[in-house]
Design a protein around this ligand. Structure first.
Ligand SMILES: NC(=O)c1ccc[n+]([C@@H]2O[C@H](COP(=O)([O-])OP(=O)(O)OC[C@H]3O[C@@H](n4cnc5c(N)ncnc54)[C@H](O)[C@@H]3O)[C@@H](O)[C@H]2O)c1
Length: 371
């Protein structure tokens, strides 16, 4: 078993996350700086479409194996997300092992930045769980291969703005496919988790004339939404939300929202939300299809965030980034059409379309340009 950082003693349990994304990675780099406490892994799944872009997750993994499994899966998912977002970017991701509340420090982030720089632009970093735009500003003092910096530093800032906008575009496409109209007016939409992405999605829905029902484990988050939109209904928890009489279910909290129980309970015709990794296990996409529930693949509809930070590479322009995120509507519709034609669930159709773009566009790099 791998144990570069000598962390195994912290967690003797078997690795809980399967390394399903292990196959086919181009490069995996272990980075260590003992004095600052940095222990990071950068994984590049592929660079068929361009440099690999994906955020840095700062998380207190119980073992090195758990961190490695996570970064391999996450970097693979970024390759698919970036491909279908129409970006000329490959898939990568990084993890820093530690508690962001107690372990993060300037030297550590800057040491990490130097390792990112050492990859010569093959990997571009950004924010993820446990890292923020201010952290990217620090990392940027050591490397030019960083996005998601603060607006003050010329960055794209909070990526949840276009993530929520993109989810709304995906939901409009799903509504068009199921109800024959892209408007959500009069539809009842259940939003699970009203944090950075969820509360902005509620704004779009209310503006479009939808009735909104929400749940969140944070009373404060619910209170903030109610203050902006007093008409929004609140239910106790995810079980109540998914059993409610709703047309659309929007998971915007943590991963794994769609398990066997949720799918059996669900009364909605559409699932479309911002959370990553919504399908709890392989096969759930088929259960949804068998029940006649249209699932808008998570990594397609939540790609507005990566579109926003990727725009920073050229010098951030919110209008240009928003125009790109608007295309999530057409991409989502195409996935539904392809899925229907091929007789497969939308999640399978999305993977196929992403793989096709990586293969077909990636292939042209083989054309010799001369000297
Ligand atoms: N922020 C982005 O740009 C972005 C981009 C792509 C994907 N995502 C994904 O979207 C999801 C939400 O991200 P965010 O940035 O809004 O995070 P966030 O932490 O701001 O919001 C998550 C919200 O979910 C709530 N929550 C947690 N557990 C819950 C539960 N069991 N039931 C109901 N509510 C619960 C939290 O209290 C919080 O209010 C995550 O899965 C994230 O990976 C975010």
């Amino acid at each position: 078993m791998t144990d570069v950082f000598g962390l195994s003693h912290k967690d003797s349990s078997p690795v809980s996350t399967p390394m399903s994304g292990q196959a086919g990675h181009e490069q995996v780099v272990f980075c260590s700086d003992e004095r600052s406490g940095l222990r990071a892994i950068i994984a590049i799944h592929n660079t068929a479409l361009g440099p690999a872009l994906g955020g840095t997750r700062f998380y207190p993994y119980g073992s090195e194996q758990a961190a490695l499994a996570d970064v391999l899966n996450l970097s693979r998912a970024m390759a698919y997300k970036n491909a279908l977002a129409g970006l000329d970017l490959g898939g990568g991701k990084a993890v820093i092992i530690g508690d962001p509340e107690t372990d993060k420090n300037e030297a550590m982030l800057r040491a990490y930045g130097r390792f990112v720089q050492s990859l010569g632009g093959r990997y571009l970093t950004a924010c993820d769980v446990g890292t923020y735009s201010e952290d990217m500003d620090l990392i940027a003092r050591e490397t030019s291969y960083v996005t998601g910096r603060t607006l003050a530093q010329g960055g794209a800032g909070d990526s949840s703005i276009l993530t929520a906008f993109g989810v709304f575009q995906g939901m409009r496409a799903a509504s068009e496919h199921v109800f024959g109209t892209s408007s959500l007016r009069g539809r009842r939409v259940g939003v699970e988790g009203v944090g950075k992405v969820g509360h902005r999605l509620v704004d779009h829905l209310v503006e479009d004339g939808a009735e909104v029902v929400v749940c969140d484990v944070s009373e404060r988050a619910v209170e903030l939404v109610r203050r902006r939109h007093p008409q929004v209904e609140v239910v106790a928890d995810q079980a109540a939300l998914t059993a409610a009489d709703i047309d659309v279910y929007a998971p915007c909290a943590l991963g794994g929202a769609l398990d066997d129980g949720t799918v059996a309970r669900l009364r909605a015709s559409i699932v479309c939300g911002g959370a990553n990794n919504q399908l709890a296990h392989p096969g759930v996409e088929k259960q949804l299809a068998d029940r006649g529930i249209l699932y808008a693949p998570d990594y397609v509809v939540n790609s507005g965030g990566v579109i926003q930070v990727a725009d920073e590479i050229q010098g951030f322009d919110m209008d240009r980034a928003r125009a790109k995120a608007e295309k999530i509507y057409a991409t989502t519709l195409k996935i539904f059409t392809t899925a229907a034609e091929d007789g497969v669930p939308p999640a399978v159709a999305a993977d196929r379309l992403a793989e096709r773009r990586m293969s077909e566009v990636g292939r042209i790099r083989g054309i010799w340009l001369g000297r």
